[in-house]
Design a binder for this molecule. Structure first.
Ligand code: FE
Ligand code: FE
Ligand code: ZN
Length: 296
């Protein structure tokens, strides 16, 4: 046995699902090994290279190795889709390519027993928000019909609203959930940097509660499945998506404690997407800060 301890969370703090986005370079299982190394209880990963359309199929060894390690480590795993995919594209060829690529990513998650696939809903690229949102709904409907037996939950991520990105208002996320045909197959990922850059204040307890009440009213907290924990290089409402180390940006340290100790969010995975530094040393530092905020 040796290297993997079952349920070894090592701390007297209550168990919080906390970790970071991890690289799959050298094989998908390496993301879990990196997570284990940094005492993560949850990780996020791509299931293929995030900046290429083509993906080498997962081998049987990849799949069995990953599943085994996932079970042994007890690390909860979340996938993020490729940045090339735009389920709201007005360009027919690109839309078609995006849908097929996303379908493939759903299939990879299924094989790896990853329950959540996080995606930025899409960009309208100039044709307007209305049309963009409808295109995304059609994309989701197409994906449902292609994967009738899939257990993978598509988690729509709140965005900063950079460029023509959609999903920067809770109402837009709610629209996609309400209008698509099998909404039980959808969840939501809240990114702290993104909602802040989109204009939702979270820097004091009162503002945090107001934002979360708004989220609950418009989307529903029962939809929330994943939280991305990032500080922001840019200020409130800047609509610029630039992640910063915890406490080094415009959000500061304290607000992350609101999220981590919010009883309504207690079973959710909290995942860093901040610059990693050499050998994940920055992850170690950022995770240390976050762990320190967790109340026993
Ligand atoms: Fe994202
Ligand atoms: Fe994110
Ligand atoms: Zn971001």
């Amino acid at each position: 046995m040796g290297i993997f301890n079952f349920y070894d969370f090592g701390q007297s703090r209550r168990k919080v699902l906390l970790g970071a986005h991890m690289s799959i370079s050298g094989g998908v299982a390496n993301a879990l090994l990196a997570g284990k190394y940094l005492d993560c209880t949850a990780i996020q990963m791509f299931t293929k290279s995030s900046n290429q359309w083509k993906a080498k199929p997962l081998s049987e060894d990849d799949i069995t190795g990953f599943r085994l390690l996932q079970r042994q480590s007890g690390i909860m795993t979340v996938a993020h889709d490729s940045y090339l995919i735009n389920l709201g594209s007005p360009d027919k060829a690109l839309l078609d390519k995006s849908r097929k690529a996303f379908l493939e990513e759903m299939e990879r998650c299924e094989k790896l027993e990853i329950p959540y696939l996080v995606t930025h809903p899409g960009s309208h690229v100039g044709v307007g928000e209305e049309i963009g949102l409808h295109t995304i709904v059609e994309s989701l409907n197409w994906l449902y019909t292609k994967t009738p037996d899939s257990k993978v939950i598509i988690c729509l991520e709140t965005t900063a609203g950079q460029g023509s990105n959609l999903g920067y208002k809770f109402e837009q996320i709610a629209f996609l959930i309400d209008e698509s045909e099998e909404s039980d197959r959808l969840g939501v990922c809240l990114d702290t940097c993104h909602i802040f850059a989109a204009g939702y204040e979270i820097r004091n307890k009162k503002a945090y509660n107001k934002t979360m009440t708004e989220f609950d009213r418009v989307i529903g907290l029962n939809r929330l499945k994943v939280v991305h924990i990032n500080d922001s290089k840019k200020d409130l409402g800047s609509k610029v998506d630039r992640h910063e180390h915890i406490g080094k940006g415009f959000i500061g340290i304290e607000p992350f404690g609101y999220f981590l100790n919010d009883r309504r969010l207690k079973k959710l995975p909290f995942l860093l997407e901040t610059p990693k530094g050499d050998d994940g040393e920055m992850d170690d530092i950022n995770l240390g800060i976050l762990r320190g905020l967790i109340k026993k």
